[in-house]
Write a protein that binds this ligand. Sequence first.
Ligand code: TYM
Length: 336
Amino acid sequence: MSETVQEKKKVIFSAIQPSGSFTLGNYLGALRNWVKLQDEYNCIFAVADLHAITVRQDPQKFRHNIMEAYALLLACGIDPQKSPFFIQSHVHTHAELAWILNCYTQFGELSRMTQFKDKSQKHADNVNAGLFTYPSLMAADILLYQADLVPVGIDQKQHLELTRNIAERFNGVYGKTFTIPDAYIGKAGAKICSLQEPTKKMSKSDENANSWVAMLDTPDVIMKKFKRAVTDSEAVVRVGEGKDGINNLIGIMSAVTDKTPDEITAEFEGKGYGDFKTAVGEAVVETLRPIQERYNDYIKNKDYLAEQYKSGAEFALRLSQRTLSKVMKKIGYIAK
Ligand code: TYM
C-alpha cells in the first residue's frame, strides 16, 4: 500500500450496565481493554441504562448508579475527547432500532440465550418482555455505530453471535446495511470467577458479598475478600485441573501485573496460599487505588460530568441517525 493511503481506523463500540458498583470482573474483563484500545481505534462507549431496567430499579439508587458508572469509567481512563462516551437513554435511536431489530429476531433465538435463562430463574417474579428481548437492544447499540469490534468478557459472547446473525439476516434481505461485528476478548481476565464459588463468573448480583470485589471497595475490604478466597488442599501455586480457586487467583494476578501464569508460579514456589492470597490482594489494591482517587474527584464535579455526557450524546445521535435513516429507508418507511 502506498504511504499516502491511510488505512481507516476500525470502529469499536462497547457498553456496561449501571447496576451498582462495578466488579473487578468488569474491570479486568472489559473496562481496562476499552481504555487500551482508545488510541488504536475509533471508540464509542456507553452506560447502558436502558438495559438496566430489565430488573427493578429503585429510582434514587438508579440515578446515583448511572452517575457513578459514568464517573468511574472516566476514572478508569476513558477519555471523552478521544472516545465519545454517552448515556444510552439520552440517544433515542437505540430504542428505535431495537424495536425494528426485534422484528428480525426469532423467538427461538432469544429463548436460547443463557443470560435470559439464568436471569429469568433468578427473578422468577419478573420475567418481563424486556428481559427476553434485551439482546435486540444490545444488537441495536452495536449496529447503529457500524462497529467492527466489541470488547467484552466471555459472558457476552453469545449476545455478540446473535448480533451478527441479526445483522447478516437484515443484510441478506435488504443488501449491505450493517457492518458485521466481531467480539474482542482479551487474553487475560476474560472470565474472572467468584472468589467463593470459582466455577461461576464473578457477578455483582451474587448474594455473597465475599464472592466479588467492587472497584470502589476499600483496601481493607479487598484484602479480607482475598484472604477468604476459596482454594484447594494441594498448597502449590500453579494452574491445574480441579484447582479452580487458585486458577482464578493466578488469572487475576496475571491480569493486574501482566506476568504470565508461569512467571507467577515460579515467583511463589515454596510459598503457601496465605502469602499468595495476600500478594494478589495487594496487587489488586494497588491497581484500583489511582482509579478510586480519580473517581472521588470526578463524582464531585457534576457540571463536568454533565458537559461530557451531553456532548457524547450529541455526537452519538448524529452518527447513529445515519444508520437508522438508512435502515428505515430500506424497509420502506417514508422519510419525514
Ligand atoms: P455487563 O454490564 O454485565 O458487563 C460489562 C462488561 O464486563 C464484562 N464482565 C466480565 N468479564 C470478565 N469476568 C467477569 N466476571 C465479568 N463480569 C462482567 C462483560 O462481559 C461486559 O463486557 N449486555 C452488556 C452491556 C451492553 C453491551 C452493549 C456490551 C449493552 N449493550 C453493546 C457490548 C456492546 C452487559 O450486561 O454487560
